[in-house]
Design a binder for this molecule. Structure first.
Ligand code: FEO
Length: 394
C-alpha cells in the first residue's frame, strides 16, 4: 500500500502483511497483521518512527521513495523486536546521516540483535524531546510493552501518540483507521491477551504517565490507527484494571468421551446457576480464542483425561500458556476421567503455582462418570457460584 497522509507532514509508510499466519512461531494470526511505520517531516528535520518486518523491507523503501525522502535525520526505535527494527540496518545504509533514537536498553538490544554500530544510536532519557523544527517528538519510557526496552513517542504539535506494540492489533486491513470497531475490538483484545496481558501489572503502574498528554490520535505499529483514542483506552482500562467477570473458561480434551460427558454436564450446571461459560476443545480450538476468553475469566476449569499417568499433552500446553499469560483468574479446578491412576492435580497445581488462584476441589473419576460424579460436579458448580457471588461478580 502506498503512503497515506495522517496529518500535515505525517504519513503512514508501513506494510500490510495479509498472508502472515503465525507470529514468533507461536501466536496464530487469523487476520494477518501490519507493521506500521510513520514518516514525519518537520520544517527543519525529518524522522521515521519504527521500521517494518525484514520480509517487507522493499515496501518501506518504496514508500519512502514515493514521498521523495532523500534525507532522514532520525529513526525512532520505540521497540527492538525485529518486526519493527529489522529493517533498520537497511535504512541506516540508505540514509547515512540518520541517527537511531532509542532508550538506553533498546540501544543495547539493537547493538546485540542487529549489530548496529554504537555511534549510529543515541539513547534518550524519559521525557526527553527532539525538535524537527515546527514539530517536537517527546519520548516516554514505558517498559514491558512488550519488552523491557520499550518507549512511546508523542508528537506534540499534532497530539499523536505512537505507542508501537501497545494498543496494537494483528489485523491486515485496507482501513487506515479503526472504523469497523467491532472487528478491531476483537483483534485488539486477542493482541492484548497474547502480547500485553503477561505485563498487565506493569502496564497498570505506567498507564498514569499518559494522563498528562492530550491525545487526538493513537497510531500503533500493528493494525489500524485510532482517531477515537477513547475506544482503545477504555478497552484497556477494562482489560487491565477491572475485576474479572462472571465467566468460567473450560479448556478440555476428551479421548474416549468420559471427560466430555462431564464437561457437558458441568457446563449446564454452571449455566443453570447464571454463570457464563466458554468451553474450548483443545484438539480443535485456536488458542488465540482461548487467550481472549482468559482476559475476562474469573475461573478456569481444566477438563482432562489422564495419559501415561498425567495430563494430555494439549492440556499441558494450554496450562503452561495460561500460566504464562497471567490472566486475572481467581479460581481454578480440574474435572476429568482416568483409567487406573492420575497425577493431573499435582501437575496443574505446579504449573499454576505462579498464578494467585484458589484451587477448588477437583472432580476426577475412575472410568465413566456415575451418579456420584454428577453430584460432585453440582457441588463444584455451587462452590464456583459462591466464590463469584462473594467477589461481587454476579
Ligand atoms: Fe510488534 Fe514486540 O513486536
Amino acid at each position: 500500500m502506498n503512503p497515506r497522509l495522517i496529518k500535515d507532514g505525517v504519513y503512514w509508510v508501513g506494510a500490510v502483511d495479509w498472508d502472515r499466519r503465525l507470529f514468533d512461531e507461536l501466536i496464530p494470526l487469523p487476520d494477518g497483521t501490519s507493521y506500521n511505520a510513520y514518516f514525519i517531516a518537520g520544517n527543519n528535520k525529518t524522522a521515521l518512527i519504527d521500521t517494518v518486518d525484514p520480509t517487507m523491507t522493499n515496501v518501506l523503501i518504496r514508500n519512502l521513495k514515493l514521498l521523495n525522502v532523500k534525507h532522514l535525520d532520525y529513526v525512532i526505535a520505540n521497540h527492538a523486536e525485529q518486526d519493527h527494527s529489522g529493517t533498520l540496518p537497511t535504512i541506516l545504509d540508505l540514509y547515512p546521516d540518520a541517527k537511531v533514537i532509542a532508550t538506553p536498553k533498546c540501544k543495547d538490544l539493537l547493538m546485540d540483535l542487529l549489530l548496529i554500530p554504537e555511534d549510529r544510536i543515541r539513547a534518550v532519557k524519559d521525557g526527553e524531546t527532539i525538535s524537527l523544527g515546527d514539530k517536537t517528538l517527546e519520548f516516554i519510557h514505558f517498559p514491558w510493552v512488550h519488552w523491557p526496552e520499550t518507549m512511546l513517542t508523542y508528537l506534540r504539535e499534532d497530539s499523536i501518540l505512537f505507542p508501537c506494540d501497545l494498543f496494537g492489533s494483528h489485523l491486515a486491513t485496507s482501513d487506515l483507521y479503526a472504523t469497523d470497531e467491532a472487528t478491531v475490538y476483537e483483534a485488539a483484545k486477542r493482541y492484548y491477551a497474547e502480547i500485553m496481558m503477561p505485563f498487565r501489572l506493569i502496564i497498570k503502574r505506567n498507564m498514569d504517565k499518559l494522563s498528562k498528554f492530550n491525545i487526538d490520535v493513537i497510531a500503533p505499529s500493528h493494525g489500524p490507527i485510532y482517531r477515537n483514542p477513547n475506544f482503545i483506552l477504555e478497552a484497556y482500562k477494562d482489560w487491565v484494571y477491572n475485576p474479572p467477570k462472571n465467566l468460567v473458561v473450560l479448556p478440555y480434551i476428551s479421548m474416549h468421551g468420559s471427560t466430555k460427558v462431564m464437561v457437558e454436564y458441568f457446563v449446564s450446571a454452571l449455566v443453570e446457576r447464571n454463570i457464563k461459560v466458554q468451553q474450548f476443545n483443545l484438539s480443535k480450538t485456536d488458542v488465540g480464542k482461548l487467550a481472549i476468553a482468559l482476559v475476562d475469566a474469573a475461573t478456569v476449569i481444566i477438563g482432562t483425561p489422564t495419559v501415561l499417568g498425567g495430563l494430555h499433552p494439549n492440556i499441558l500446553y494450554a496450562a503452561h500458556l495460561i500460566s504464562a499469560l497471567r490472566p486475572k483468574i481467581m479460581f481454578a479446578s480440574i474435572i476429568g476421567s482416568y483409567g487406573w491412576g492420575t497425577t493431573v492435580t499435582q501437575q496443574i497445581s505446579q504449573i499454576f503455582s505462579r498464578l494467585k488462584v484458589e484451587f477448588l476441589e477437583p472432580v476426577l473419576v475412575k472410568g465413566y462418570p456415575r451418579e456420584e460424579t454428577f453430584k460432585a460436579l453440582d457441588k463444584l458448580a455451587d462452590e464456583i457460584l459462591r466464590c463469584h457471588e462473594k467477589h461481587g461478580l454476579l
